[in-house]
Design a protein around this ligand. Structure first.
Ligand code: GLU
Length: 489
């Protein structure tokens, strides 16, 4: 049997990292078994921006490196892969169920259902929708009038449905506790539980791996499978626990911020790091290994080692994993990663000049491991590329370092030092700064930090002597002159 898994997102216009993790588990499982991963778009609730929402999903998957064997853009033998285009299939299945007497027309109105619900509550009983007897003449009359009806599945009573979930273990459900559920609305459009089961069956899905919020739906779907599958095998099910907010057991929601994949793409995280992090969110190999390449994940992933309780999103851990992956990049890869940020900020032209690129490489080398995500280039190294007219002093850093009583005279001496130190290289500058601090009886830290803020405008960044040589003698002196004005103002 070839393993076939699927991810079936509803195109909401938002790609939650929890959803990406579910897709990743499906993909890893399929790849680890030499199987196929299918992408199906659950767009029965048609909204206006489906196209854009689908693009967000596809772009997100492409970015992180999840490829799909069948689905949008690539097609496949059991398409279409958009539920909105599978109407004929659903209608055929509905007719079959009607013919078998497994679904029935429900002419009830919302008011009637509300009254039944209230009555059940008054009796302190749970409300379950059940078919009410209707005589053939009334039924014929309703049909002749063209009254709207929903189609409901007639749940067989007195049974216990058993699910051997690959993550959650054995779960049981008494059918008496299930309502006769709607499979198609009055306009004929299918509902999720019905359409999903039809698709999983028609697409030959062998393993349904999805969010645990669907666990209760699975029992309705099992009944649909049972009614339609004939000789076809049942899929296995694996329900993945939700991703919780940092340090909690509460589900991480869109409102918590930094939850969409696009946030991490924009911040300049590496896809390798994101995949690594999401795979470890609720899955472990041996409780020790943290860093996994894509190939290693495929080799080592098993459903058995997916935790059955929620894992908390841990941005610090993601940041750490990101740092580990960043460290493996070549200078060229880092350059390609940061360049678009500088270009979008208008700090480097498109295409870049040779001078820009030389400077950029020096900045990247000077930043070393401080560059954790690509957008850090703007936080840590923007001043290298900003023209002198745009040079500003970070108020916090200025207050801390340039408001000391010795600042004005020290800056004057430092300007002298910058003007005269020869050659203008790291070692010579370092020695000159040390000599100056000794001669003036100032702490080296005070001198270094004053000079750093005066020439870079900020308290953080690469090592001071790298900053000085990259900016060059004139660049440093121009900035220092501005810092002296700032001190005097
Ligand atoms: N469209 C459903 C969702 O996004 C699919 C659930 C499933 O995988 O069956 O939650």
């Amino acid at each position: 049997m070839t393993v076939r898994t699927r991810f079936a997102p509803s195109p909401t216009g938002f790609l939650h990292i929890g959803g990406v993790r579910t897709a990743l588990f499906n993909w890893l499982f399929a790849r680890s078994q030499g199987g196929q991963f299918i992408l199906r778009i659950d767009d029965t609730d048609q909204s206006r921006n489906v196209e854009e929402a689908v693009r967000l999903i596809l772009d997100g998957f492409r970015w992180i490196g999840i490829d799909w064997d069948e689905g949008p853009e690539v097609g496949g033998p059991v398409g279409p892969y958009f539920q909105s285009q599978r109407g004929d299939l659903y209608q055929r299945a509905l007719h079959h169920l009607l013919d078998q007497g497994l679904v029935y027309k429900d002419f009830s109105t919302e008011d009637e259902r509300a009254a039944d619900k209230a009555a059940a509550e008054a009796r302190k009983q749970p409300y379950r929708f059940r078919r009410k007897p209707i005589d053939p003449a009334t039924l014929a009359q309703f049909e002749a009038e063209g009254r709207p009806y929903a189609l409901r599945f007639k749940v067989p009573l007195g049974r216990t449905l058993v699910l051997e979930d690959r993550i959650k273990g054995r779960v049981e459900q008494r059918t008496d506790d299930l309502s006769d559920f709607v499979v198609a609305r009055p306009d004929g459009s299918p509902l999720y539980n019905f359409a999903s089961a039809v698709d999983d069956l028609e697409m030959g899905i062998t393993h349904v791996i999805r969010a645990e919020e669907h666990l209760t739906n699975t029992f309705s779907q099992l009944l649909i499978f049972e009614a339609l599958r004939g000789e076809r095998p049942m899929p296995s099910f694996a329900h993945v626990p939700f991703v919780a907010k940092p340090g909690s057991k509460v589900k991480l929601s869109k409102r918590d911020g930094a939850v969409g994949l696009d946030f991490y793409i924009e911040a300049g995280y590496l896809p390798e790091a994101m995949m690594n992090y999401l795979a470890r969110l609720g899955w472990s190999f041996d409780d020790k290994q943290e860093i996994f390449s894509r190939a290693e994940l495929i080799e080592k992933f098993t459903l058995e080692r997916v935790n059955s309780s929620p894992a908390s999103h841990d941005p610090d851990k993601l940041f750490w994993i990101q740092g580990e992956w960043m460290r493996t990049l070549s200078l060229e890869a880092k350059r390609n990663g940061v360049l678009p940020y500088l270009q979008r900020a208008g700090l480097i032209s498109e295409p870049p000049t040779l001078d820009d690129l030389t400077r950029l490489d020096r900045v990247i080398l000077a930043l070393q491991d401080r560059l954790k995500v690509f957008s850090d280039i703007l936080k840590l190294g923007r001043f290298f590329f900003e023209p002198i007219e745009r040079f500003t002093i970070d108020p916090e850093a200025g207050k801390k370092r340039l408001r000391k009583e010795f600042a004005a005279t020290l800056l004057e001496a430092l300007d002298d030092l910058l003007a005269t130190t020869e050659p203008f290289d790291e070692a010579t500058l370092e020695k000159a700064v040390h000599d100056l601090s000794e001669a003036r009886g100032l702490k080296i830290g005070d001198v270094v930090n004053t000079l750093r803020v005066a020439v870079t405008g900020q308290g953080i960044g690469p090592g001071l002597y790298d900053c000085l040589t990259i900016l060059g003698r004139e660049g440093c002196r121009q900035r220092l002159a501005k810092a002296r004005q700032w001190v005097a103002s």
